[in-house]
Ligand binder design. Structure first.
Ligand SMILES: O=C(O)[C@@H](CO)OP(=O)(O)O
Length: 345
C-alpha cells in the first residue's frame, strides 16, 4: 500500500464548502467529522464521485498536520466493498489487537505470566477507553486468551461499541457445555459476537519468576539478566517460555485459526497479552528477533491492522473520541462508520 499523507487531502478538503457533518467529497470521497475546539475532526475514506449531503450548515475547516495520519491509497482498496459487518465479497478485513488493561499484578510490579489475575480499576478504565477507540470499527469475532484479564478487557471494550452487538463466549470445554449454551433465535444470534477463548494466546509462561517482584528480582540477579529474561527472543526465564517458545503456540494458533477467518472477510479483535501479542506482531510486521526486543506494548491501547489480499497493513491506534487528530479509514471502514452514523445519530 502506498500511503499518501493527509496533508495532500487536506488541501482539497479545505476547498470544499460543506453543509453537514458527513458526506461525500467529489474529489476525495467520504468524509465525516465532528467539531473539536479548532476546526473539525475528519475521517477520510476514499470514494470517488458523489456529492455532499447535509445535516446542518457549517464550513469545513480542517486543521491537521501531515504527521498526524495517513490516508489509505484507493488503488489498493478493494473495489466491491459493502457496508455489512462481515463482508465476504472482498478479502479485506480489520484486525484489532488489544493488550489487556492494567492487572492487579501489573500494579504490584509482579511477574504474572500464566497466573490468572483480574484488572485493577485503572485497567477497567483503560479497557473502556480502548473500546471507545474502536467503537466505529466492525468486529465479527473476538479471540481472547484463557485468562480473565484479557477476557475482561474484551468484554469491557465491547460495551462501548456503537453497533451494540453482544459478545458471547463460546463454550466448547465439553459437549454438554456447548449444548447448554446454545441460542435458539436466529435474530438474537445475528446480534451476538462469538468470543473464542484460547490458551494458546495466553501470556508467556514466566516459569519460576511468576509471582516475584520485578524490581527485587533485578536487585537480586542484576538488571541485565532480568532484561534478558524479559525481552530476549530465545532465552527463557528459569523453567519458563522464551518469546520464541510463546510464538510457537501463539503464532501457530493465529495462522491456523484466526487468519482463515480474516481471509473470509471476518473482522477480528484479539485481546491478549504483552508477550503473546509481541510474538503475533513480530509475525504480522515481519520483525526480526533483534527488532522484537525493543517492541513494547502499552496496556489497553488497541492497534489496528488491515488484512488485504493476504497482507497485513499496520494502521496504528485509532484515536480516542476526544482527540483532535485525524484518522483515515479504508473505504470499507468508512462505509461501516457511515452506516453507524445513519443508524444511531
Ligand atoms: O509479568 C508479565 O506477565 C509480563 C507482562 O506484564 O511482564 P513483562 O513486561 O516482564 O513481559
Amino acid at each position: 500500500m502506498a500511503a499518501t499523507t493527509l496533508y495532500q487531502s487536506v488541501g482539497t478538503l479545505q476547498s470544499c464548502r460543506n453543509n453537514g457533518n458527513s458526506g461525500l467529497c467529489p474529489d476525495y470521497g467520504h468524509v465525516s467529522f465532528r467539531s473539536v475546539s479548532k476546526g473539525f475532526k475528519v475521517d477520510v475514506g476514499l470514494l470517488r464521485g458523489g456529492s455532499f449531503f447535509s445535516r446542518k450548515r457549517s464550513t469545513c475547516v480542517i486543521q491537521a498536520s501531515a504527521s498526524q495520519a495517513t490516508v489509505f491509497d484507493e488503488a489498493s482498496a478493494p473495489s466491491s466493498a459493502t457496508t455489512s459487518d462481515s463482508n465476504k465479497k472482498t478479502s479485506e478485513a480489520a484486525l484489532i489487537l488489544i493488550r489487556h488493561g492494567e492487572s492487579m499484578w501489573n500494579e504490584k510490579n509482579l511477574f504474572t505470566g500464566c497466573v490468572d489475575v483480574p484488572l485493577t480499576t485503572k485497567g477497567v478504565e483503560e479497557a473502556v477507553e480502548a473500546g471507545k477507540r474502536i467503537s466505529n470499527i466492525p468486529v465479527d469475532m473476538i479471540y481472547t486468551s484463557a485468562l480473565i484479564r484479557a477476557q475482561m478487557t474484551a468484554m469491557l471494550a465491547m460495551t462501548q461499541h456503537r453497533r451494540k452487538k453482544v459478545p458471547t463466549i463460546i463454550h466448547e470445554e465439553s459437549e454438554q457445555a456447548g449444548a447448554w449454551s446454545q441460542i435458539f433465535s436466529e435474530d438474537t444470534n445475528m446480534q451476538c459476537i462469538p468470543v473464542v477463548t484460547a490458551w494458546q494466546l495466553n501470556e508467556r509462561m514466566y516459569g519460576e519468576l511468576q509471582g516475584l517482584n520485578k524490581q527485587e528480582t533485578a536487585d537480586k540477579y542484576g538488571s541485565e539478566q532480568v532484561h534478558e529474561w524479559r525481552r530476549s527472543y530465545d532465552i527463557p526465564p528459569p523453567n519458563g517460555e522464551s518469546l520464541e517458545m510463546c510464538a510457537e503456540r501463539a503464532v501457530a494458533y493465529f495462522t491456523e485459526h484466526i487468519e482463515p477467518q480474516l481471509a473470509s472477510g471476518k473482522n477480528i479483535m484479539i485481546a491478549a497479552h504483552g508477550n503473546s501479542l509481541r510474538s503475533i506482531i513480530m509475525y504480522l510486521d515481519k520483525l526480526t528477533s533483534q527488532e522484537v526486543i525493543s517492541l513494547e506494548l502499552a496496556t489497553g491501547i488497541p492497534m489496528l491492522y488491515i488484512f488485504n489480499e493476504g497482507r497485513f497493513i499496520r494502521r496504528g491506534s485509532p484515536p480516542a473520541p476526544t482527540e483532535a487528530t485525524v484518522y483515515a479509514y479504508t473505504k470499507k471502514l468508512a462505509q461501516y462508520r457511515q452506516k453507524l452514523d445513519d443508524m444511531f445519530e
